[in-house]
Design a binder for this molecule. Structure first.
Ligand code: 1VU
Length: 304
């Protein structure tokens, strides 16, 4: 496993570590854990202790994670993360103990239902004063969405903040969306776009889109994943192996885009160096300046 190497590299959004398909695996299900080496095409797996695990199976989940990370995870050459329970839950003390026992072998800590700045301070305090964990947090309530900027400011001062996952299902209930949201999820447009925009204020924070729980509907998944990518999300939570290739593809730049980005960066550097120009015409029609240069760098950073 690339665990400590990833953490020490100070990885951050845009520079190295893509998290396109973020696959959640219930930690209480040993059989599912042992299947992970076969899912070679997912960037990131999250061993879940929260909603995917029954109340009565939380301790089994912790024991499985401990065993898995100590015995088997070295066979998996990609990011392995753990999702703990919410800091306000009855399970948090046992989860924190597990994380401390495992500290060198977790690539990134996923923290659900972060509602306030105080949640982040509490967790950092419990994990220790020199808190060097990579952290992805979930925005799953109206309060969390409204206060997201402050929460991320605090999170990035206490942890190595890596991303925000939109927890759409809990958010819908909390925000009072009447009944279940529709398949198109138009009720969630504001929340999704606010998360992307707020993440952009923080260099390292990847916006990770909502889960598509109707996991057998692969056409619907493709549509929603492509929409999320177009809106600026960098990845998407997935719950089933069949969802992985569709989501990985949706969040990967096309060959056309990669060639465009490479040529644009070369042209920018040439114009800047040889002619002292920061704006010029590219491929005969497009005016290039700094924003397009940033876009081109972003595309190349997202390329596998
Ligand atoms: O072919 P095999 O029997 O060897 O394997 C099955 C199955 O075990 C495996 N598989 C998985 N392996 C690892 N991670 C997974 N998440 C996963 N899902 C399935 O793939 C083979 C085919 O599976 P299947 O089509 O027979 O599906 P199952 O009936 O086994 O499982 C379906 C569910 C949805 C229950 C399963 O995919 C699952 O548990 N997914 C994760 C659920 C989860 O983590 N929920 C919490 C996160 S979502 C959230 O918090 C907001 C709503």
């Amino acid at each position: 496993m690339a665990a400590s190497a990833i953490r020490q590299a100070g990885t951050y959004f845009g520079r190295s570590l893509p998290r396109r398909a973020v696959l959640t695996v219930p930690s209480s299900d040993w059989k599912k854990l042992t299947k992970l080496p076969t899912f070679t095409n997912t960037d990131c797996v999250v061993l879940d202790l929260e909603d995917g695990v029954a109340e009565s199976a939380k301790q089994l989940g912790r024991e499985n994670i401990f065993r898995y990370l100590n015995e088997s995870a070295s066979n998996i050459n990609r990011e392995i993360c753990v999702r703990i329970n919410a800091v306000t839950s009855n399970h948090i003390n046992d989860d924190v103990k597990l994380i401390k026992d495992l500290s060198t072998s977790i690539d990134c800590l996923f923290v659900p239902k972060v509602d306030s700045v105080d949640d982040m301070k509490w967790l950092a305090n419990r994990l220790g004063s020199k808190c060097q964990y990579n952290l992805v947090l979930y925005c799953e309530s109206a309060r969390s969405l409204v206060d997201l900027r402050s929460i991320l400011t605090t999170a990035s001062s206490l942890f190595s903040l890596q991303g925000v996952v939109f927890g759409s299902d809990d958010f819908s209930v909390d925000a009072g969306i009447n009944g279940r949201y529709t398949l198109e999820a138009s009720e969630l447009t504001y929340a999704r776009q606010k998360i992307v925009t707020t993440c952009r204020l923080f260099e390292n924070a990847q916006p990770i889109d909502m889960v598509y729980i109707n996991f057998k509907d692969l056409d619907g998944l493709k549509k929603q994943a492509e929409q999320g990518a177009a809106w600026g999300f960098t990845g998407k939570q997935v719950i089933h192996p069949q969802q992985v290739p569709i989501v990985q593809a949706a969040f990967s730049p096309s060959e056309w885009a990669r060639v465009w980005a490479k040529e644009l960066i070369e042209a920018y550097e040439r114009h800047e160096k040889e002619e002292g120009k920061g704006a010029f015409t590219f491929r005969g029609q497009t005016m290039v300046d700094k924003p397009l240069l940033r876009r081109a760098r972003y595309i190349l950073n997202m390329a596998p």
